[in-house]
Every structure is written in C-alpha cells, then in structure tokens.
Design a protein around this ligand. Structure first.
Ligand code: BGP
Length: 492
C-alpha cells in the first residue's frame, strides 16, 4: 500500500514558548512558572529554586515538589550561580524570521507553537493585554503567511504567569478559569481570522507544573481538581472560539505514548487496561463531553473517593457537553509496559525488552504509533492530529557544524510509515503531523540542550553558550523530500 497521503495533509513542526522562544524579560513579558526551573540531566533532575518564608533558599531535588514540602508563602527566586534555560532558550524571539524561513525551506504548511500567557497578560490579572506581546505574535504570523504556513496555536503549554500560580494556587482555583478564558478571548479577537486550528492545553493528562506555587506536581485530589478546572476552562474556550470564529477547530493535546501489558498473564492485561484508563479519563471527558463511567475508579487509585469530592459548579455539566473538542491531538514518542502490582500511573512504565532505546531510555516503537492512532479513533470518532513525535538524540556535528543524523531519519521513516499505514490502510482520519521539534531546543524533562530533536542544529550547549547559529542537518533534506512527495518517498 502506498505511503502517499491525502492532498490536504498538513506537514510541519511543533515547539513550546519556554523551550524555544527566550526573551523572557523583553517586550513586557511577565515571569512564567517555568522561568524558575534550572537545567538538569537524567542524573540530576531539574529543580525550582525557592525562597522559604524564613529566608532559606532551597533547591528541591526534583522538578516538582510535594505540596506539603513548600509552604504557601515560599517564593520562587533566580540565583546568580544557576542557569535557567527558559530565559534565553534558543532565542526564537530574535531568530523567528530565520527559523520560519528554514521551516518553509522544508515545505512545511503548518507550524505548531505556543503563546506565552505572560507575554500577553504579564501577571494574568490585567484588564488590558500587553500590546508588545501581541505584536510579537503578529510578526510571527505575518512571517508564516509569507510562506503559506498555517499556524496551529497552543494557548497554554504547561505554564502560566507565576503570579497566578502564587496567588491562586494555579489550576486548583476556579478563579484561574476566568483569567484563562479572558486570555483566550484576547487571542481570538486579535488572531482569530488568521488561525483555524487551536489547542487549548498541551499534554493535559500530565497536569504538569500548575499547582501550588506553580511548581508542585499535582497529586491526589489537587491533581483531579486542577484537571476539572482545566476541563471547564477548555470547554468554555472551545464554545467561545466557535462563536467568535465559526471556522475554527479545537483540540486539546494528550500525552499518549502507549503502554502494553508486560505479559499475557490475565492479571497483567487487566492491570494494563486500568493503566490506560488513566489517560483515557482525560480524552473521554473532553472528547465526549462528560466524565466516563470508570471515573471514580481512577480517582480511587489516587486516594480520592470519587467525583463527588471534586468541587464542581452545577453549570459544569452543560459546559463540558457544549465545549467538546473537534479533533483529538496527541504526542507520541515511545511505549512502555505495565504489570499487576505496579504503582498506578507509572508514567515512565517498565521497559519493553523487544524495543531498542534512545540514550534517554525511551523505547522506539513505530508500530505503537499506528496502534495508538487506531485506539483513539475507535474510541472517539473524531479526526486526530499528531502534534508531537520525534527522537531526542546526541548529535555530533563535524567541524563545519554539519550533523549526519541517520538515526533520526530512521526513526522518522519508520514512524511516518506507520502513520501512513494507519491513514491509508486502517482509514484513521488524520489532519496532520507536526514533528517535535524542527529546530533544536531545550528539553522539557531534563532542561538539557544536548537532547536534540531538530532538523536544524543550533550551536548552543547545556549552559546556553554558543553562537546560536542554525545549521540544517542531514534529516533536513530528507524531510523536505518526504514532504514534497507528500509521503510517497517513504517507500523509497
Ligand atoms: C512533551 C512536551 C514537549 C517536549 C517533548 C519532548 O512531553 O509536550 O514540551 O519537550 O515532550 O520531551 P523532552 O523535551 O523531555 O525530551
């Protein structure tokens, strides 16, 4: 069966503001939750630097803290001798013209990027948006339009103005719903006629970094209360977006790297079914507009009695029903395994002995992508959109800065072929594919630069040193050929 894709298929790449944009204190941008996170590595997890009420500075050992470890009035701080990668990232803020030209050079017709909430509303509570912030994204959109690349905008990629996180406890507070909807409305009024596809949240099922002080990992009741408030915020935004922009299409993005039973022992298979529901809880609620029948069971895995413990407004039911998503967007990187007795929501899962791994231990599983696409569409009969997929690897440039990344080409060749089979053979409707990430950027999990994903090398090290020069890798030319043949060349 041919790998050629339908003519209107969207090809592109995806980035997130705090990993890519930089310019953290320029153009009136306010501080955002990720700005306080240091660089790290698999051996030394990233951490937030926090000033405790008694003046002590603590460096928590992990990226996210348990709520009880940090008092409410602790404040995130920047320390001289620490490096905070989001501040410069790889400086898209000043390189956007060059970067978009490079994307156009590969034939992209879509580019997924996130807007930094604190660039539009620096503390989140202002009544008027920051004009300079809007102007920056106006410029980005104009540059995209020059090359006929359509935007796919992520309204919120794992971050928020730090002020909202500190004052309101992030998504634990319903008040944040209104600030978010106001922010989204501003984007719609300003960019609405220039953007068709929108994502309300990134990897919403990770409920990441929004809790107390914006740095806690949301656990137990706070995780599911935050999720509920995000569901409501998303649904309100979708309804508003449809009203203001009748041609708009909305998705939310889920992390759906999949999980298989570790063995065919029925207990392992049954455990794995429940493990998968940890993610379906999010997809089902937002894709169908109501909580699934197994919701209480999921909550009980996390020490919560059931939905009855979550604070809801009587109008929420109707809001969720009305604000259903138009398409299901997801990230897919790898697969894991689970077995009876494993901890619930064992995100990293256990390794699969049948799979090769990246240097960061991520199991390479192209067929898992086809499997996941089928699973999603079987469940929610709405078009899907693959908005993140890619391979973090250690690239070794030659003395001219050129990287021969055959391993990345191999990864993409196999994953894109699996995607084409899901579309052409299994008939899964898929709007497009945005590879993570077209230009090298900062890793979310480790804050490293050396975990590189791009078609384009960026001359910068883990501590932000380097010329920031952009140099296309071997995969750049390969991807260009795949796009110009609309996938047909995957057979070559
Ligand atoms: C997803 C995030 C992205 C991105 C990607 C790769 O979870 O949505 O922001 O970073 O994973 O992960 P990492 O950067 O940790 O390699």
């Amino acid at each position: 069966m041919t790998k050629e894709l339908p003519t209107n298929f969207l090809w592109g790449g995806a980035t997130a503001d705090f990993q890519y944009e930089g310019g953290y204190d320029e153009g009136g941008r306010g501080p955002s939750t990720h700005d306080y996170e240091t660089n790290g590595s698999p051996e030394h997890p990233r951490h937030h630097t926090m000033k405790m009420p008694d003046g002590r500075i603590i460096n928590p050992k992990s990226s996210f803290l348990d709520a009880e470890d940090v008092p409410e009035d602790a404040k995130p701080v920047w320390l001289e001798d620490h490096y905070y990668p989001s501040h410069q990232a790889v400086d898209f803020y000043h390189h956007y013209k060059e970067d978009i030209k490079l994307m156009a050079g590969m034939g992209f017709n879509v580019y997924r990027f996130s807007i930094a909430w604190s660039r539009i509303f620096p503390n989140g509570e202002e009544t008027e948006p920051n004009k300079e912030g809007l102007k920056f994204y106006d410029n980005v959109l104009s540059e995209l339009e020059k090359y006929h690349i359509q935007p796919l905008i992520t309204i919120c990629h794992d971050e928020m103005p730090v002020h909202l996180a500190l004052k309101y406890d992030g998504w634990n507070s319903r008040k944040v719903i209104d600030f978010y909807v106001k922010y989204a409305k501003t984007l719609f009024e300003h960019f609405g006629n220039r953007c068709k596809y929108w994502l309300t949240f990134n990897e919403i099922n990770a409920v990441r970094g929004f809790g107390p002080s914006g740095v806690h990992k949301a656990t137990g009741l706070s995780r599911y209360q935050a999720a509920h408030n995000m569901f409501v915020a998303s649904a309100k935004t979708v309804s508003l977006g449809h009203k203001l922009m009748p041609h708009s299409q909305f998705g939310t993005m889920y992390a759906l790297s999949t999980c298989y039973p570790a063995t065919c022992k029925p207990e392992d298979v049954f455990h794995n079914q429940a493990e998968l529901r940890e993610n379906w809880y999010f997809v089902d609620t937002m894709g169908r507009g109501y909580y699934p029948r197994y919701a209480d069971e999921i909550l009980q895995h996390h020490g919560v009695k059931g939905l009855s413990e979550i604070k809801m407004d009587p109008s929420d039911k109707q809001t969720l029903k009305e604000g259903q998503l138009d398409f299901i967007a997801f990230s897919y990187y790898r697969s894991n395994t689970s077995k009876a007795g494993d901890a619930w929501f064992n995100v990293g899962g256990s390794a699969n002995p049948y799979l090769e791994k990246t240097p960061w231990g991520w199991g390479l599983d192209p067929l898992g992508l086809r499997y996941t696409m089928n699973m999603i569409y079987d469940r929610i009969q709405k078009p899907i959109f693959i908005v993140e997929n890619g391979m973090g690897a250690i690239d070794k440039p030659d003395d001219k800065g050129y990287v021969k990344d055959d391993y990345r080409i191999d990864y993409l060749q196999k994953h894109l072929s699996a995607m084409a089979d899901a579309i052409n053979i299994d008939k899964v409707p898929c709007i497009g594919y945005t590879m993570w990430a077209p230009i090298d950027l900062i890793s979310l999990s480790t804050g490293e630069m050396k975990k590189r994903y791009g078609f384009v090398y960026v001359d910068m090290d883990d501590l932000g040193h380097g010329s920031l020069k952009r140099i296309p890798k071997k995969s750049y030319g390969w991807m260009k050929h795949i796009i110009e043949t609309n996938g047909k060349a995957l057979d070559e």
